[in-house]
Write a protein that binds this ligand. Sequence first.
Ligand code: ZN
Ligand code: ZN
Length: 608
Amino acid sequence: MAYHCASDRHVAATKIRCGLPAGPARRGRIHDVDNVAIARALVDLADLHELGGTLPFKVRAFRTAARAIEGFGGSVAELAKKGELAEVRGVGDGVARRIKELLETGKIAEAEALRAKLPPGLLDLMNLPGVGLKTAQLVWQERGITTVDELEKAALDGRLRDLARFGEKREDKLIAAIAAWRKRAAAPKRRPLAVAMLAAEALVAEMSSVPGVLACDYAGSLRRRAETVGDLDILVAASKDDAHAIMDAFAALPGVVEVLGKGETKTSVVLEGGMQADLRVVPRESWGAAMQYFTGSKDHNVAMRTLAVKKKLKVSEYGVFDEGGAKLAGDDEAAVYEAIGLHWMAPELRENRGEIEASQTASLPALVELADLKGDLHMHTTETDGKSSLDDMAAAAKAAGRSYIAITDHSETLTFVRGMTRERLREQKKKIRDVEERQGIRLFAGLEADILADGTMDLADHLGELEWVVGSVHQKLQMPKDEMTKRVVRAIESGKIDCLGHPTGRQLGQREPSELDMEVVMAALAKAGVAIELNCSPLRLDVDEHIAKMAREAGVPVVLSSDAHSVRELDHLRYGVGIARRAWLGPAHVLNTRSADELQSWRSQRRS
Ligand SMILES: [Zn+2]
Ligand SMILES: [Zn+2]
């Protein structure tokens, strides 16, 4: 009996995670996310009570309510607002009170208090496959085990087998389950923007050619160009009759390794590499509203809905409706915004960071676009650690639409990549003039010069001969904050660099940013007239959108650079453009939107 309780809980949890209805798909399930979050909070509350020793029958109401809310066809949050929670069968006064508290404060104080009383590892333990609440309680009370590590050790030592309903087999299963859980926990849950974008583009390309698909695109945080992305949200417009076949086609795509759930309006799959992708099929007449709704962000949508309510309108993923239920917009995203008195705004702005207000006053920023980038001021060649020759880089950059590039190989101190010496730089400069003529693209003879540990520049006495200098930190990235700040400021003040390269040194999911007082660095950049790089390499995206915004506010020009190490990587610029747009950067804030001549005059102005 004890195991039934435990596994029931897991069934509920799995369902919740996928957000799919358990039985036949119900129509009009339009508030999955809100309902799911509420249901999950109630299940947690019930668990916490039981672990804390409250009698199960006393907490049964929470579980019943959670199940009812999870399967409810409308928005429970909306009902709560109107004080009509009693409409959900299974939700009594006590539960209703807690839901209201959750919606108003983001938490349930009772749950917080219970949680504070429990050993911290216990909830993790309970979520292990094959453990569950009852077993967690058992091993805690009988063996004093409160963490996964302790449980694993006890199973390996054979100290669990004589517990009620245990045995050697169950111990072995548990050991395997813990190993699998560790592996999953170690896998990154959010992927870099570039990984998500490539995966989504492939899915969209495949789905676009499926019969019956009228439109297909991706939405979600990827469309907003967040630097990391969780799940992919793919939308298809199609008639209802075709939906089933389209779902089947999606589930059968190459690269799909697991189908988590297939419903009438939504199919969830896991892709190779572990990323989850959700496909939603929406009617053609709701396409714009659905793209708007599923692009988010949540905060943006809440602000938008609030505004709509003031105008006595209702916005959903089906469209904008007036009080009488008449549809004012739906098929076109811009029309959805216009119907509630707003101008369409770029997805990158939709974070409720002032874009709604800017839209109302027609003061939305003009955002930089890839096509605005006339040059690329950071790249490597086979001279150091690049994979493509100078010739090839120049030709490829020209083909990609750039009218100038800077060749910035590494400097001497980086011996492990054959850093450039003065002599080799002079040789390269001659070659650059030659290639420039042959390829018909303006080339700057540059260098990515290392900022040494004390803040002086590698090859300092040679930098004056170059046409573009990126100053970067590559070694000793883990200095104390004040030391690191002094080091970088000294480099900025040297008068020898044009742009501070990948300023924080972070690598997404791999390396934390260096400790740096960005306010101080930004002030130094502004004073010295040095630009800051937004390195567009997908693993770096350095600086991030917050620092890029600081640069805009401080009047420090931003350089979007590919840091390409091969011709293919010249394409990196597009990822950085997304980040720049999230920082509200327009063409005027980005230095390499200027022509080669304008850039050189910016440079000589600063130097004089
Ligand atoms: Zn570098
Ligand atoms: Zn580089």
